[in-house]
Ligand binder design. Structure first.
Ligand SMILES: CC(C)(COP(=O)(O)OP(=O)(O)OC[C@H]1O[C@@H](n2cnc3c(N)ncnc32)[C@H](O)[C@@H]1OP(=O)(O)O)[C@@H](O)C(=O)NCCC(=O)NCCS
Length: 171
């Protein structure tokens, strides 16, 4: 029987404090530093899901909604949102944790595509993923649309061949 895993099996949480050498001129976490942390976190989720070596194929979307100040405690949480044949989408949520005032603020999120590869770096099939929570189901359902968009933007798919985007835009 084909192996299926849950999203929570790939859950990865990374907690760090923002140090001065990671900040921009406004003394907030530098965007590139955050991207590197998100990529690391997402790659661990991808490897946990497929139990293989993985590579980043695409960064589909990243938002920087709120700044993360020097000294801030930054928490990254990532999970597989959908598994396709050899690729999987990983959703990364970033939080600013304030233990003194007992507040946790969502600062941004990112959506990545990773591909499982064999010893020759060739794509290899991965287990399916079954979403469980309402949020996991919503992200799972939208993931095919995002995959098609990413493939179109990278020139790997013609817009006319997309199924989900044509449904969305009614053409
Ligand atoms: C990612 C990589 C393995 C894909 O190899 P490929 O021979 O082009 O393989 P395929 O065309 O069969 O694509 C493999 C899967 O990736 C998906 N994919 C590839 N590019 C994608 C993109 N830009 N967006 C979304 N999905 C993408 C394909 O749809 C396919 O998914 P599926 O099998 O689940 O349907 C290859 O391009 C690679 O090794 N890239 C470099 C990765 C790397 O070094 N990353 C670190 C960056 S520093």
């Amino acid at each position: 029987m084909e192996k299926t895993k849950t999203a929570s099996e790939s859950l990865t949480i990374m907690t760090n404090i923002v140090l001065p050498n990671e900040t921009n001129s406004l003394r907030n976490l530098f965007g590139g530093e955050l991207l590197a942390k998100m990529d690391r976190c997402a790659s661990i989720s991808a490897a946990r899901h497929c139990e293989r070596r993985v590579v980043t194929a695409s960064v589909n979307h990243v938002s920087f909604d709120k700044p993360i100040p020097e000294g801030g405690i930054v928490v990254l949480e990532s999970k597989v949102s959908r598994a396709f044949s050899t690729s999987m989408e990983i959703y990364v949520d970033v939080w600013l944790d304030d233990p003194i005032n007992q507040k946790k603020v969502h600062t941004n999120s990112g959506i990545y595509t990773f591909v499982a590869v064999d010893e020759f770096n060739r794509p290899i099939p991965i287990p399916k993923m079954t979403p469980e929570t309402e949020e996991e189901i919503q992200r799972f359902e939208a993931a095919l649309r995002r995959k098609e968009l990413s493939l179109i933007l990278s020139g790997r798919m013609k817009a006319a061949d997309s199924v989900e985007l044509r449904k969305l835009f009614g053409s």
